[in-house]
Design a protein around this ligand. Structure first.
Ligand SMILES: [Mn+2]
Length: 326
């Protein structure tokens, strides 16, 4: 347990099981949903009885992916699936507190496939590769290792995971391999413009206005190296926007000239969520870890149990110091 398994080991182990329960992390992103959809396609094609889900619903922009209609919002692992014939597959999830409850009680087979550097290796079989641009890249590699054909259905999910986690091939995790997989996928006739329009050109007017609120409030540290902004709970209510409408704002804040770090604070019912982004060479993971969060060097998040105004002050002050040496 806890060592790195090979993808062959994982393929062999799950091919023996008849029931696959596939779980993704809370507030799932394109990589979580894309990887999950691809995995579900693969299992179904193989004749497995598959179930997939997570703690939060699928964001609207990913509803075009195969099998999203059978994705389940779950608090706990469903009982009816218990048994020796089951494999639990957890995708893109660094630790089990970010997933449906009850996975750790499973004594049969937990497979952990992820690319987060701080992954807790909670599985019986773990494959954690921080050099992969997305979990979808690892799922692709797994498909290639197995003797089963890759179902065409699953290509949409793999492509979606790769483009969303690399910011359409613009972030520091963009590799030649990411492009090579995209090339393989596009050569099968998948239409990149159509996928782009589903994911990025699919915004509500309320969502656009929400971005406006965040942009108009943006502030930078005195040295200009960090840019932060925030959204209030009442912004969402006033506009009729939902939390997914704020997706992407923090990346835009990093496009300010001279910025090395960006942060977006989003007020919730009893906490403030903070997302960080940074340019290569500057890590925000340690910053998020200060407040018990985590993530990647260039994209991390945490939660602050403070009133919004205080949280903004705290983060801004911390960034003033943190960016001294940047
Ligand atoms: Mn990911």
């Amino acid at each position: 347990m806890n060592d790195q398994a090979t993808l062959k080991d994982i393929a062999k182990a799950i091919e023996k099981r008849d029931i696959w329960a596939i779980f993704v992390h809370e507030r799932p992103d394109g990589d979580a949903i894309g990887s999950g959809s691809a995995f579900y396609c693969w299992g179904t094609e193989m004749g497995k009885k598959c179930l997939w889900g997570g703690t939060h619903p699928v964001p609207k922009v990913y509803e075009f992916l195969p099998y999203v209609d059978v994705y389940q919002v779950l608090e706990r692992v469903p009982d009816q699936l218990k048994g020796p014939d089951r494999a639990i597959i957890v995708l893109d999830t660094s630790n089990l507190s970010r997933c449906v409850a009850g996975i750790e009680d499973d004594l049969t087979l937990i497979v952990n496939i992820d690319h987060h550097m701080d992954n807790q290796r909670f599985g019986h079989l773990n494959y954690v590769d921080p050099t992969s641009c997305a979990t979808a890249e690892i799922v692709w590699d797994l498909f290639k290792e197995s003797e089963h054909p890759i179902p065409k259905d699953s290509l949409l999910g793999i492509y979606t995971g790769i483009i969303t986690d690399t910011g359409h091939f613009t972030y520091s995790n963009t590799t030649s391999k990411a492009h090579a997989i995209a090339q393989d996928i596009l050569s099968t006739g998948i239409n990149p413009e159509q996928i782009f329009r589903h994911i990025y050109a699919n915004r509500s007017l309320a969502g656009l206005k929400l971005w406006g609120y965040a942009f108009i409030r943006a502030l930078s540290t005195s040295n200009g190296k960090a840019v932060i902004s925030w959204l209030k709970l009442e912004d969402f209510e006033k506009l009729g926007a939902d939390s997914y409408d704020s997706e992407g704002i923090v990346n835009q804040l990093l496009y300010v000239r001279g910025a090395a770090i960006s942060a977006l604070l989003t007020e919730g019912e009893d906490e403030v969520r903070v997302s960080f982004r940074s340019i290569t060479g500057v890590s925000v993971r340690e910053l998020a870890q200060k407040w018990d969060g985590g993530g990647h060097p260039q994209a991390a998040a945490c939660k602050l149990r403070l009133p919004l105004e205080k949280a903004v002050k705290t983060v801004l002050q911390t960034l003033e110091e943190y960016t001294q040496d940047v």
